[in-house]
Design a protein around this ligand. Structure first.
Ligand code: C2E
Ligand code: MG
Ligand code: MG
Ligand code: MG
Length: 270
């Protein structure tokens, strides 16, 4: 009896794994087609200062699937990372972001806006990353000071020496760096002082309950203090209510981002 059950269990896992593998292959095939046919779009979410004044946007990728509709990056970035497709997809994001920035820079009211894009580990480590990025900047004549790259701790800690090298090259051009989802990775405070960062981004998981949970509040306050001590700017993500914005403002948080100020949306900047 037990043996039979055991065999069934194994069969069940085989099937489940087979299904996961099939799904991955299917997403991969469809992602290749999406690249060919340009089925991606960038949504833009505002970043504001404590007075609610717009400082710029973060570009967030969406897959506009012809049958399935809009697909969230959480559902395809992992497969894109595994298969390496994140490199051409990320390159598309860079081109699109540079196009938008070039447009802003010809518009009086948007000239000073900063546009942030998210960069995956595999994309950042790719040997052509710097060349591809600088080619797009040249092509669209983008002012580098208006471009910000959001990187995660885990990306940087995979190979800190190489990461610092790549960042330093780009920093010399004027490109800005912010550390995304700060506090959720294997934070080692020691590396912070070696990285040419401009800003820390407090993860939304701390912001969510900070008004009711004193531990979350303490973490948020500590990150803000830390950022100030390191002369970095600090931004909170996931701000959904006025009271959260007020609290963050009182703690001295420089920038805010979240549904309270605006959801990511398709914006035509012309
Ligand atoms: P992220 O960079 O940490 O982006 C923040 C996520 O929180 C976004 O989800 C955003 O829509 C969501 N968000 C913003 N404000 C609020 C809020 O007030 N409440 C709540 N509950 N959520 C909020 P999204 O757009 O689904 O993106 C998820 C992740 O996918 C991003 O996390 C980023 O890591 C990745 N991603 C997005 N676009 C790109 C891209 O172009 N390239 C790469 N490599 N990764 C991307
Ligand atoms: Mg981000
Ligand atoms: Mg984030
Ligand atoms: Mg996040």
């Amino acid at each position: 009896q037990a043996k039979a059950e055991g065999r069934h269990t194994i069969r069940f896992f085989d099937l489940a794994m087979q299904e996961v593998a099939n799904k991955r292959v299917q997403i991969e095939t469809e992602l290749r087609r999406a690249l060919d046919e340009e089925h991606f779009v960038l949504f833009y979410q505002p970043k504001v200062n404590y007075q609610g004044k717009l400082q710029g946007y973060e570009a967030l990728l969406r897959w506009q699937h012809p049958e399935k509709g809009l697909i969230s990056p959480m559902d395809f970035i992992p497969v894109a990372e595994e298969t390496g497709l994140i490199v051409p997809i990320g390159q598309w994001v860079i081109q699109e972001a540079c196009k938008t920035l070039a447009k802003w820079q010809s518009q009086a009211d948007r000239k000073g806006f900063i546009l942030a894009i998210n960069i995956s580990a595999r994309q950042f480590k790719h040997k052509e990353f710097v060349a591809d990025l600088t080619a797009a900047i040249d092509k669209f004549q983008v002012r580098c000071e208006a471009l910000e790259l959001e990187l995660t701790e885990s990306l940087l800690l995979e190979n800190i020496e190489d990461a610092i090298g790549t960042m330093t090259v780009l920093k010399k051009l004027g490109i800005r760096f912010s550390l995304d989802d700060f506090g959720t990775g294997y934070s080692s405070l020691n590396y912070l002082k070696d990285l040419p960062l401009d800003s820390l981004k407090i993860d939304q998981s701390f912001v969510r309950d900070m008004l009711s949970n004193s531990d979350d509040a303490a973490i948020v306050e500590t990150v803000i203090t830390l950022a100030k001590s390191l002369r970095l700017s600090v931004i909170a993500e996931g701000v959904e209510e006025a009271q959260q914005a007020d609290f963050l403002h009182e703690l001295g948080c420089d920038l805010l981002q979240g549904y309270f100020f605006g959801r990511p949306s398709l914006i035509h900047f012309d």
